[in-house]
Design a protein around this ligand. Structure first.
Ligand code: HEC
Length: 182
């Protein structure tokens, strides 16, 4: 039921922009970020926006749930911007799925990654470096990893330059937590 939160946030941005500015194009992918099949994007956008708008009672619950999940992460995570988190996650999506049971692609599926031992997703062929790093993914280790994976685990196989902005890292970690909560 948390799924409708991000579409709602995207829908609000579209509404706020009046659908006229370039921001709309920017916000739209966040709306259907959850949709796995690119071919389904246009209709998924319309229907999830409609669902988000139609079920305002549920949305209040979702806000509460998301708020509680973010608050539980501690620190500044309560202020995470999930719409920006979804947008940042697009950079990860070329290599990672996030849905439960999603397939491994270039990188492992990231469902439920927070709290999980590093290199423990079944069926993914991790580098020995990450396997032997002995890390557990919490907000601190994830923050360091997303900022600069090579600095945290030299020789690992995630070719990602890193997110420089602390806010972007906070937002994408918040997004991971909310999207993969049971
Ligand atoms: C170019 C492909 C690529 C991109 C882009 C990428 N990753 Fe990865 N990621 C990988 C690979 C490959 C691994 C496995 C690394 C290894 O085994 O050394 C990995 C591993 C991880 C892990 C550890 C998972 C585990 O099970 O231990 C996390 C967490 C992660 N990535 C998060 C992210 C996030 C968040 C982003 C976006 C900000 C991102 N990745 C972008 C390829 C990528």
């Amino acid at each position: 039921m948390l799924r409708s939160l991000v579409p709602l946030a995207g829908a609000l941005i579209i509404a706020a922009c009046g659908g006229e500015t370039g921001d709309t194009a920017d916000a739209a992918p966040a709306v259907h970020n959850e949709a796995a099949a690119p071919a389904a994007e246009p209709s998924a956008t319309a229907s999830s926006a409609a669902t988000a708008m139609a079920s305002s009672d549920d949305d209040d619950d979702d806000d509460d749930d998301a708020g509680a999940i973010l608050a539980a992460l501690g620190g500044d995570y309560a202020n995470a911007d999930l719409t920006n988190g979804a947008r940042q996650f697009r950079r990860c999506q070329s290599c990672h799925t996030l849905n439960e049971g999603g397939r491994h692609t270039v990188g492992p599926n990231l469902h439920g990654v927070i709290g999980r031992a590093a290199a423990s997703a079944e069926g993914f062929n991790y580098s020995p470096q990450l396997t032997e790093a002995g890390l557990t993914w919490d907000v601190e280790t994830l923050n360091a990893w997303i900022e600069n994976p090579r600095a945290l685990v030299p020789g690992n196989r995630m070719s990602f330059v890193g997110l420089r902005e602390a806010d972007d890292r906070r937002d994408v970690i918040g997004y991971l937590a909310v999207e993969t909560a049971e």
